[in-house]
Design a protein around this ligand. Structure first.
Ligand code: 4NP
Length: 148
């Protein structure tokens, strides 16, 4: 397996399920992709219906995903960990056990053209928020793919 990629947000029901589905749709079988949340609120739940809908509108089925919580052993099982915002970065980095763990963690938008912006949490907003977040995550994933 060339690359094992983990994408992380807070709840693992809105943003990281989109990044998970998008990466799976644009990367080949040499890649293994998973997602997790720093929080425990939604463990076992499917993605938010608005994330399922915007993914479906773009030809990606994420309805089978189930939320789980990020755990320190994820540092052992993944080569790269992409987080959605600076709070996620802080939370994941706080679980790093050594410099090698720490080096694996990066903002998803820390790529050319996106300047390390946070992917806003769309949970409390409307459907337009999910459209905007989908486009931003898609752009970040496509840009990162060129670096793999
Ligand atoms: P996510 O969005 O981190 O993109 O999955 C959230 C979903 C739920 C909550 C927060 C963020 N929540 O507080 O329940």
């Amino acid at each position: 397996m060339a690359h094992r990629i983990l994408v992380v947000c807070l709840g693992n029901i809105c943003r990281s399920p989109l990044a998970h589905g998008i990466f799976e749709s644009i990367l080949d079988d040499d890649f293994f992709v998973d997602s997790a949340g720093t929080g425990a609120y939604h463990i076992g739940n499917p993605p938010d219906s608005r994330s399922i809908a915007i993914a479906k509108k773009n030809g990606i089925d994420i309805s089978h995903q189930k939320a789980r919580q990020f755990k320190p052993s994820d540092f052992d099982h993944f080569d790269a960990i992409y987080v959605m915002d600076r709070q996620n970065l802080k939370d994941v980095n706080s679980l790093a056990r050594n410099n090698q763990d720490y080096q694996k963690v990066q903002l998803l938008c820390d790529v050319e053209g996106l300047d390390g912006v946070d992917i806003p949490d769309p949970y409390y907003g409307g459907e337009q928020g999910f459209e905007a977040v989908f486009r931003l995550i898609h752009k970040a994933c496509e840009t990162l793919k060129k670096t793999f």
